[in-house]
Design a protein around this ligand. Structure first.
Ligand SMILES: [Zn+2]
Length: 148
């Protein structure tokens, strides 16, 4: 049976600020993120399965990423939980403000996203890697094989 990798691409707009950083990214600003989600598995061979010939339904992968990541972070402002800006922005009803217990860099988002996606994949399908573009020329990658 063949082993195949399947990738779906997601686009979302997210603002962040890297408090304490020694560059422009300490200010609140946004990125048009592109997230590539690659899973690995073998095509379903059971003829009674409606997903015959698929690793998993692209629509199901879309649903997992939309419900765990896109719905929460698209058009949100993401800050470190320890950020001094957090309390003020929430009190001012700034809008969709999210926080996580780490500095919201591309690198730190990847293992967090990997965990969210992995736990929802169907049996026999594994997350192979994630690629997250922060800009057109900058991206970070998470590989399951690097994180055993
Ligand atoms: Zn940034």
């Amino acid at each position: 049976m063949s082993t195949i990798r399947l990738t779906k691409e997601f686009h979302f707009e997210l603002a962040h600020a890297l408090e304490g950083y020694d560059g422009a990214c300490r200010n609140i600003h946004g990125h048009s993120y592109i997230l590539f989600v690659t899973v690995i598995g073998s095509p379903i061979s059971s003829v009674s399965n409606p997903k015959l010939g698929m690793i998993m339904d692209f629509g199901d992968l879309k649903g997992i990423v939309n419900s765990t990541i896109i719905s929460r972070f698209d058009h949100a402002l993401l800050l470190n939980q320890s950020s001094s800006m957090l309390k003020t922005l929430r009190a001012e009803s700034f809008g969709k403000v999210e926080s996580l217990p780490f500095q919201p860099t591309c690198e730190n988002l990847l293992p967090y996203f990997a965990e969210l996606i992995s736990s929802r994949l169907p049996e026999g399908v594994k997350l192979h890697h994630l690629k997250l573009n922060e800009t057109a020329t900058s991206f970070a990658e998470w590989y399951a094989s690097d994180n055993l």
